[in-house]
Design a protein around this ligand. Structure first.
Ligand code: DGL
Length: 257
């Protein structure tokens, strides 16, 4: 019983770590389309075509029982296409607007995402369906996904840029301040401690990873058999074998390249 977890980069590891905790008996294949990273800047038609081919190939090759698209930029676009093409279940990662609307006290929430996710009809529809009584601000950050990757690899990141990217999340109007910020890109939870430190005031940074893992566990059903036999969890990169620091980072998540 295996699970294919897919992202444009290593942000999907924020979802993978929750899957691992809830489903230690499953084998995980983590696929990264780093050759096309970042997805946030891609046009919709080109991204659908690319992912459609890529996922067909990965599913054919690895025969997973379930696929988790650990990327908001992709999920808000491609889920209906993938579900119409394949019989296995897909779990997407989409902006946690509904839980944010339920959690805010001030009625001001922000969604920190990629430019792609902010533009999607899917995202607008979530607001129309679940957040009509609150004020939702959408912020498409152009540099944060790449900065999260650099930060995870212990490369220097410019905090002034991070401050600039998160600044529009903080709104103070009619006596009400933003109190919930949705982390609507799977890369961002890895920067959340920096966000906390640079934020002008404390907010609830909402990371949906655990909820996604719970949904995946529900859809995966009972494991058919748990064996002692070890089948390694692996990571696959579309651009080939990554450099040593990346391989070591992935080893820390139990993945072999
Ligand atoms: N991790 C992806 C997401 O959740 C975005 C990164 C990218 O722009 O490729 O949206």
């Amino acid at each position: 019983m295996s699970i294919l977890v897919f992202d444009s980069g290593i942000g999907g590891l924020s979802v993978l770590r929750e899957l691992r905790v809830l489903m230690p008996e499953r084998r995980i294949i983590y696929a990264v389309d780093d050759a096309a990273f970042p997805y946030g800047d891609w046009g919709e038609a080109a991204l659908i075509a690319r992912m459609d081919n890529l996922l067909a190939d990965l599913i054919e090759r690895h025969k997973p029982d379930l696929v988790v698209i650990a990327c908001n930029t992709a999920s808000t676009l491609i889920l209906p296409v993938l579900r119409s093409r394949h019989e296995i279940p897909f779990v997407g990662t989409v902006p946690a607007i509904k839980p944010a609307a339920g959690r805010t006290f001030t009625g001001q929430i922000s969604v920190l995402a990629t430019p792609g996710t902010v533009k999607r009809d899917y995202t607008r529809n979530l607001i129309g369906e679940f957040a009509t009584k609150v004020n939702v601000r959408l912020i498409g950050a152009t540099r944060l996904a790449a900065m999260a990757e650099a930060y995870m690899l212990r490369q220097p990141v410019d905090e002034a840029i991070i401050r600039e990217e998160i600044a529009p999340c903080f709104l103070d109007q009619y006596g009400a301040r933003t109190d919930v910020v949705v982390l609507a890109c799977t890369h961002y939870p890895f920067l959340v401690n920096v966000f906390r430190r640079l934020a002008p005031w404390p907010v609830d940074w909402l990371d949906p990873a655990e909820a996604i893992a719970r949904r995946a566990m529900y859809l995966a059903g009972d494991a058919q058999e748990i064996t002692e036999e070890t089948i390694e969890d692996i990571a696959i990169f579309t651009s080939g074998t990554p450099a040593a620091p990346m391989r070591r980072l992935l080893a820390g998540f139990g993945l072999k390249c």
